[in-house]
Write a protein that binds this ligand. Sequence first.
Ligand code: ADP
Ligand code: ADP
Ligand code: SF4
Length: 603
Amino acid sequence: MADDSIAVVDLDRCSPDRCSYECSNFCPPNRTGKECITLRGEDAEQGGPDQVRISEEICLGETCGICVEKCPFDAIEIINLPSELDEDPTHRYGENAFSLYGLPVPESGSVTGILGPNGIGKTTAVRALAGEMVPNLGNYDEEPTWEAVLDRFRGTELQNYVEQVRDGEVSIARKPQYVDQIPKQFDGSARDLLEATDERGALDSYIDRLDIGPVVDNDIETLSGGELQRVALAATLARDRDFYFLDEISPYLDIGQRVTAARLIRELAEEEDRAVLVVEHDLAILDLLADTLHVAYGEPGAYGVITDPKSVRNGINEYLKGYLSNENMRIRPEAITFEEHAPRETTKAEPLVEYPELAKSYGDGEFSLDVEAGTIYNGEVLGIVGPNGIGKSTLAQLFTGDLTPDVGELDFALDISYKPQYIEIDQPMRVDAFLSSITDQFGSSYWNTEIANPLQLNRIMERNLTDLSGGERQRVAIAACLSQNADLYLLDEPSAHLDVEQRVQATSAIRRYAENHDATVMVIDHDIYMMDLLADRLMVFDGEPSIEGHASKPQEMRDGMNDFLSDLDITFRRDERTQRPRINKPDSQLDREQKRAGEYYYA
Ligand code: ADP
Ligand code: ADP
Ligand code: SF4
């Protein structure tokens, strides 16, 4: 037996009525008469009686893995836990179910961050910290008690906190991850929703600083993603609670809005002495937001480990390096690195298109956009940055031909493959059928290496498009966009809904695709780390959101970043060890020096 391995059976996938138990028929211990893979039977607490259970005592571990291969529904995972992990689970949902190791440590007056992929147990941990669930310490057969939990954490930084939870003294406010769901749960205007949350008399100030005023009397149903996100933030922060949990603050927000949200959260922790826990996948924002950080790693859906707290700087550095020092744990084969200096101006390939000055306005001039004339070169990745509501999608639609400019003419006969910001792929169709209808390369080893593997599509190929989560849908849409034959690939906000690890993978998939195919790619995004890693040049939008927008011609990275960040009044310094960009404190010495020198990014 392998005592450091776990077996996980996904009961949503295990479908004994549609297979003939290949897993147990081929399991070597079963074939010698042992009861390794058995049926759950009538007394199964979870799952159907005909679904399988796997004995972790008898199972030979990951090196065997025969059942994993045999199961037609990918329902089984056999995983050797890292030998460095020498603790017992904090919680296990049941036999052959997900296990969580460790717990984050909320602390009054401080913002604690969690950095790691989705599906790794962050919500599970928060339910425990909120007192909504007593963690069972891995003993899922027994009734869990807070006394046992307290015994486990006595003498650690969690002791005090667990005592308070046990005594029912911790109250919580939480912001959900998917703000798009709010209109399904609430009828009425944003103001109706917000007024019920004003427990500290701070609501008006949040409405003002998050710029919700213009939409506060509108029906929740009519709000955009970015507006919903800000309403949800205000609704959470306005409460009077001990512990605040915010599951992602950045989706749909532009950089300026992200920075404002981060500052409001810091103020709540520091000035009101509250404990705040955040999950955030935009690393520049997490860096600004958190005091301490737990890195979460593991195998999404199977097990997750939440490390002891690290300083936010070290935590992000170690994460990027792919190696956790204290834990002696490698979490990624290679490091993620940033260029300290702006990329050198390279000799350009052939122009792909040269476009003239353009203008477009909607209705009777409610919003107008003007675009400087410019050139896009073959084989480059052009980043597009700017606030929300400034005309980025409008330009995308001018290039695709969905909109016609009022001034200027676009006469290029380019095939453009376009991934819009709001993805509408709602056909009742399986992912594999959908993708194979787009490319005849589907399933080839080349396509698998370049597209399916980095975008982690294998486990969702048999799912229906309509059943996908936001992040899954995003990955399918990026794959669909890159799989088409086109002259220009245009991706609007590919980072939305992706966790930090998926952003890294998607970034390298897009980059590699551009390099290997000599493909020209335009990417609109608000995640500055992703932009830094992706873009060769930048197009910068400025103006007044919802009123008028101006698009610069494509510029070198240094000029583009200066143009963009001076508009936002934000400067970045470099981390000494990893050279990754870090947002400066406003009015700090570096901030002032860099602004004086006009170097906002590559200082
Ligand atoms: P995260 O918040 O990091 O995305 P969650 O804590 O929501 O992760 O879930 C971690 C894993 O635990 C998921 O793979 C999910 O399938 C599993 N899980 C969550 N709730 C239950 C439950 N009640 N029973 C069994 N498994 C569960
Ligand atoms: P971004 O992509 O930078 O967020 P958009 O190009 O989507 O900006 O929108 C710019 C402005 O134009 C916004 O104020 C938006 O409300 C407005 N707008 C977008 N599409 C239309 C349309 N079809 N009719 C009228 N106004 C529109
Ligand atoms: Fe049996 Fe374990 Fe091998 Fe699966 S991995 S076939 S359960 S021994």
